[in-house]
Structures are given as C-alpha cells and as structure tokens.
Ligand binder design. Structure first.
Ligand SMILES: *Cc1c(COP(=O)(O)O)cnc(C)c1O
Length: 237
C-alpha cells in the first residue's frame, strides 16, 4: 500500500505539472480536472488522496468499487465532495448498481446500456453524467463506438432525461500514437457540439490522458485526465 505522504506528494506534483502543461498550451489551470483512478486501491489510499485535494475518483471493477463507494457514503461529513466515476467496461447486469452508486460513467458505447442506466437512475439523485467512449479505428477487441455512429447515438441519448451527456472519452490503441488519437477525439468533440443551448452547456468534457500520456492529452484539449499509477504508484497485478 502506498503511504499517505507519498500520495500527498505525488498529488501536489501532478497538480503543479497539469497546471504548467495547461498554461504552456495557452489554457488555464482550471480547465483540466484530475480524475484519480483508484481501481485496486484501498479506501485508506482514496482517503489520503482526498485529503491531498483530489475530489474525483475513477473505478473500473464494480465488485471492488461498491464496498468503497458505500464506505465513503456513510462518512459524507468527512468527504462531502467525493465524486465517483465509473470508467470500466459496463455490462447490462451491472447498470442498476452503477446508476445508484456513481455520478459519472465514461464508457457509454451503446444505447441499450444508456437506456438501462437512465431507467435505473434513482429519482432523488441528479442526472447521471455520461461520456461516450470512442473507438477511433474500429478495433475489434476494443470497447467504444465508431465515430460514424456517434451522431445517431447522441440523438437517442437526448431523449433520456436521467442522463446528462457531457462529452467524449478515449483510451488510445497501444500501438498508436496517442497524440494523434487525442487530436482526433478533440476534433470530434468540436464537430459534435450540440446546437441546442441547454445541451451545449453540459457538453464540456474530453476524458483523455493517463499517467503516461496526460501531457499530450492536455495539449490536444483534454479536460479530464485519468491518472492512477502516477498518483498511487504501480498497481499490483
Ligand atoms: C487504469 C485506467 C487508467 C489509469 O491508468 P494509469 O496508467 O495507471 O494512470 C485510466 N483510464 C482507464 C480507463 C483505466 O482503466
């Protein structure tokens, strides 16, 4: 387990570097949110990152995430702004738990899952924020929707009142140049900006960049970098 001090140090270094990167690209520091990817990490490590300043946490594996989410929701006074993002592959039978435990889902790539999330989103919670995961080159083994199919999915999503459509997400192919994938995502994001004023206000998220490539992602326009290793240390496998 990574010590609280190590997490606090890594967090301040990351925030300084993300801010510096944004300024170098002519953007402002506040444009880029750090999403702390806490998959496989303990609740103690999440708590340390929160006290260091992190507010957004990303989880991939529902079974690991649920006990953590529940543990923090019983300590709301100590962690009032803790916000959970689901960033893993999402199967139909998981949608109910995701809709009730998370504020964001980054991995929407088909309408069926979106409809299930919409109907399972509890009425006492605000709409679930969603990003559409893009598979730029239609890689067969990878999640994500092809850019050609995005406009139709966006139209269908507009009819789901319990979802707030926030933007796009990408995990670049391992063999590809991440910078060109980030540029492509950014161009898609701009092209798909809704004309409807209300929907346009929410459309503000480009979820891209991880520990190894967040600088390139910020240069391309990322608004949310998903960082695990550079904050918490190497993951045990
Ligand atoms: C694990 C993961 C990350 C974080 O990766 P690091 O290289 O540890 O920063 C980001 N995004 C997704 C979707 C992930 O699964």
């Amino acid at each position: 387990m990574t010590s609280n001090t190590a997490i606090a140090t890594a967090y301040s270094q990351l925030i300084a570097d993300i801010g510096a990167c944004a300024r170098e690209c002519g953007r402002s520091e506040g444009d880029v949110t750090l999403l702390a990817v806490s998959k496989t990490r303990t609740a103690t490590e999440v708590g340390a990152a929160y006290r260091a300043g992190a507010r957004h946490f990303g989880e991939n594996y529902l079974q690991d995430a649920l006990p953590k989410v529940d543990a923090f929701s019983t300590q709301r006074e100590d962690y009032p702004d803790l916000c959970w993002h689901f960033i893993g592959a999402l199967q139909s039978n998981k949608t109910r738990d995701v809709a009730s435990h998370f504020s964001w889902v980054h991995t929407i790539d088909r309408i069926k899952i979106a409809r299930r999330l919409d109907s399972a989103r509890p009425d006492n919670l605000p709409p679930l924020n969603v990003c559409l995961q893009v598979n730029l080159h239609n890689e067969p083994q990878k999640a994500g929707i092809s850019p050609d199919d995005l406009p139709e999915l966006l139209d269908l999503l507009a009819e789901l009142p319990r979802l707030a459509v926030r933007g796009l997400m990408i995990i670049p192919a391992t063999h590809a140049d991440p910078a060109s994938a980030f540029d492509a995502l950014s161009a898609l994001f701009t092209r798909l900006t809704p004309v409807d004023a209300e929907r346009r206000l929410l459309w503000n998220t480009q979820s891209m960049g991880m520990s190894g490539d967040y600088r390139a992602a910020i240069a391309a326009g990322s608004t949310m970098v998903r960082i695990g290793t550079a904050l918490f240390g190497a993951r045990q496998t």
